[in-house]
Design a protein around this ligand. Structure first.
Ligand code: ZN
Length: 315
């Protein structure tokens, strides 16, 4: 396991821990959220002049902050679900488009001997699309390898083999499904700046792992690098669906790494984003768990305006 993959799983682990801590704390605290909220509502209704006569700041903060935390998490969840739907829909549309452009049986004669096994061969689709000359893996439960016919013609035998081996790794590991799950987590926590970095890190680590698997099977890193250089020269103006494991901006870095493995540089942790993320996490957890440690304060036990006043004044 490379350092980059380890780092990806560590960040996913941290996000899951936050979600777990937040959920447990919230479940414990929920009973203490409703009561102070009702208290504030009752107190506000009994005080005609809110600002001057009945500003129960403490009670309001205790009652309002948890709801803000819940609202932020809910917005994150709605954002993630809607993006999940869009990704699944986009993936289905892309597959439908490419299935229509599938080439005939004769087009597969070249790749039949290059596929590592029969199962992978059955999962390869060769298509002809004027706007797309690429190789990628799409599909969540039954991932398939899509190869552009033009790319197949341009690549030498061993180059094409390296590309198929690379994509086979994505198929075996169900990488599009994994990416969908990681994207869902990142979209849920969209307000944590580090979540975007997590997605970049995941895709980059998956691409490198697929490169390593292809090299381990073929022992020909230069052929894979050469195939990628040819791919870069081809026209690709159709934006791929977000769940297709492919990052155009990482190609040059990957080519350098294939030519000279010593040049492998894992994505550096963005310290500023990490620091802001930490603050956001602490604030959010504080909001969600506030009632569990603040409900014992006497101000929250008051049920009428006068007693609330006297408590504030006494302090
Ligand atoms: Zn890939």
């Amino acid at each position: 396991m490379t350092n980059q993959i380890k780092r990806t799983w560590i960040i996913i682990g941290v996000l899951f821990s936050i979600a777990a801590i937040g959920s447990v704390s919230f479940l414990y605290a929920i009973t203490h959220v409703i009561e102070p909220t009702i208290t504030v509502k009752n107190t506000l209704s009994c005080c005609p002049d809110l600002i001057t006569r009945c500003l129960i700041i403490l009670a309001m903060i205790h009652s309002v902050l948890p709801w803000i935390g819940i609202a932020v998490l809910l917005i994150g969840l709605i954002n993630a679900v809607s993006r999940l739907m869009l990704s699944i829909n986009g993936s289905m549309k892309l597959v439908e488009r490419l299935e229509w452009q599938k080439v005939g049986v004769r087009g597969y004669s070249k790749i039949k001997k290059l596929a590592p096994n029969k199962d992978i061969f059955k999962r390869i689709i060769i298509f002809e699309d004027n706007r797309l000359h690429n190789a990628f893996t799409v599909g969540f439960l039954q991932p398939r390898i899509y190869l552009s016919g033009t790319l197949c013609k341009r690549l030498e035998r061993e180059e094409l083999r390296a590309v198929i081996l690379h994509e086979s790794h994505h198929v075996r590991k169900y990488d599009p499904l994994r990416l969908l799950i990681v994207a869902f987590i990142c979209d849920t926590f969209f307000f944590i700046p580090l979540s975007r970095f997590l997605k970049e890190l995941f895709i980059s680590s998956k691409e490198k792992a697929a490169d390593d698997a292809a090299i381990a099977a073929s022992r020909r890193p230069l052929e894979l690098a050469s195939a990628m250089m040819k791919l870069l020269k081809l026209k690709n103006d159709l934006v791929l669906n977000s769940t297709a494991i492919w990052r155009a901006d990482s190609q040059t870095e990957r080519i350098h790494r294939l030519i000279d493995p010593m040049k492998d540089r894992p994505l550096g942790l963005p310290y500023l984003r990490a620091a802001v993320s930490l603050i956001v996490i602490v604030v959010l957890l504080g909001m969600l768990t506030l009632p569990s440690f603040a409900y014992k304060l006497p101000i929250l036990g008051t049920l009428n305006c006068r007693s609330s006043h006297s408590l504030i004044i006494d302090k």
